[in-house]
Design a protein around this ligand. Structure first.
Ligand SMILES: [Zn+2]
Length: 349
């Protein structure tokens, strides 16, 4: 009885595995034979009814059928899986000859470049680059710099006050000079520059910005004179604007220097002949400077009878505008990528 049953299942296996084209069909065959009510599962459950003397032969015959099923099943399963992977590979193939998406390189802001350039010139002359707070105390921003409360010079610098008129967004980078002098203890020479952001209540237009970058410098030593300042300014101007650049000083007035000067360079566009850039004067003003006022030295712990010094301040935007022919200060702060890339190209030329 069981022999016929086994033979019947075995015979059916001989053609059930032909023409299977997908894994779903194969799975249905597995259920048909090996599932809960599958043909081979049912054969296995017959063991209870087999007489003891036939159990061994039954086991051998049943195993043979199981082996036939398993071998065929695994072989076809493997073939179908490989086929599926190959089809997927073909479908998802990447055309390596297609051009890739170009990633744009970033470019440093032109102000950053100008500041680095100025820094490296001063560092080559032994100056330190120093940083200071942008929210500053009135004390450092004005009082120590010879601009006491109520002084008209404060009106000229429309200041952003933060709290109670004691704290403000620094209107100049000069407070860093005061901080450095105080920290030096009044008995050491100083050479420093301080590039950084400054703030004034200016309405933004082509030549004004409520926030701009100053590069401020200070030298304190013994027997420092205006000619030392002139020599230093001459070196800077030639490095930035070319070896044929000529400089001159004009008298001016600042509260923290005495005497004070405005520093001009010969117009690099017309070489002094006169053009629209220099308003036909042949000269361009680039900074304010002077000999440090004795009150400032005294306020910051230096004895003006022993020590002297000079200070100067450039506007980084003005330098960049002159050097790169930019006519609107807002260009630096509007983060227009086309402009930034343009600067980068000009630099490469
Ligand atoms: Zn000119």
């Amino acid at each position: 009885m069981y022999k016929e049953k086994i033979a019947e299942v075995k015979k059916s296996l001989s053609n059930v595995f032909t023409n299977i084209s997908d894994l779903k069909t194969l799975e249905n065959i597995r259920i048909e034979y090996m599932g809960k009510n599958g043909k081979i599962t049912e054969l296995s459950s017959m063991i209870k009814e087999i007489p003891n003397e036939d159990k061994k032969d039954f086991g051998i015959a049943l195993n043979e059928v199981k082996n036939i099923f398993n071998e065929n099943f695994e072989k076809i399963k493997k073939e179908l899986e490989e086929k599926a992977i190959n089809e997927k590979l073909v479908k998802e193939a990447v055309d390596v000859t297609l051009p890739g998406t170009k990633i744009k390189n970033g470019a440093p802001n032109i102000l950053e470049k100008i500041i680095e350039e100025v820094e490296s010139v001063f560092m080559s002359m032994g100056y330190d680059v120093v940083d200071g707070p942008e929210i500053e105390e009135d004390h450092y921003n004005f009082e120590l710099l010879n601009i006491p409360k109520g002084h008209p010079a404060r009106d000229a610098q429309d200041t952003f006050y933060v709290k109670d008129e004691d704290y403000l967004l620094r209107s100049q980078t000069s407070p860093v000079q005061a901080r450095v002098m105080l920290a030096s203890g009044g008995d050491k020479p100083i050479r420093m520059i301080c590039p950084g952001k400054t703030y004034r209540r200016d309405a933004d237009d082509a030549t004004h910005s409520h926030q701009f970058m100053q590069i401020e410098g200070l030298l304190v030593d013994k027997d420092v004179s205006l000619s030392d300042l002139k020599g230093t300014f001459d070196v800077i101007a030639k490095k930035l604007f070319g070896e044929d650049c000529v400089t001159r000083f004009r008298p001016s007035y600042y509260q923290f220097t005495e005497p004070s000067v405005e520093t001009d360079i010969s117009c690099f566009a017309c070489k002094g002949k006169g053009c629209s850039l220099c308003k036909n004067t042949g000269w361009i003003t680039v900074s304010g400077a002077g000999i440090v006022h004795p009150n400032v030295l005294r306020n910051c712990g230096y004895d003006p009878k022993v020590w002297t010094g000079f200070a100067f301040g450039f506007g980084a935007e003005r330098l960049a505008m002159l050097k790169y022919g930019i006519n609107d200060i807002r260009t630096f702060y509007q983060t227009d990528l086309r402009e930034l890339e343009n600067f980068d190209r000009r630099e490469d030329d």
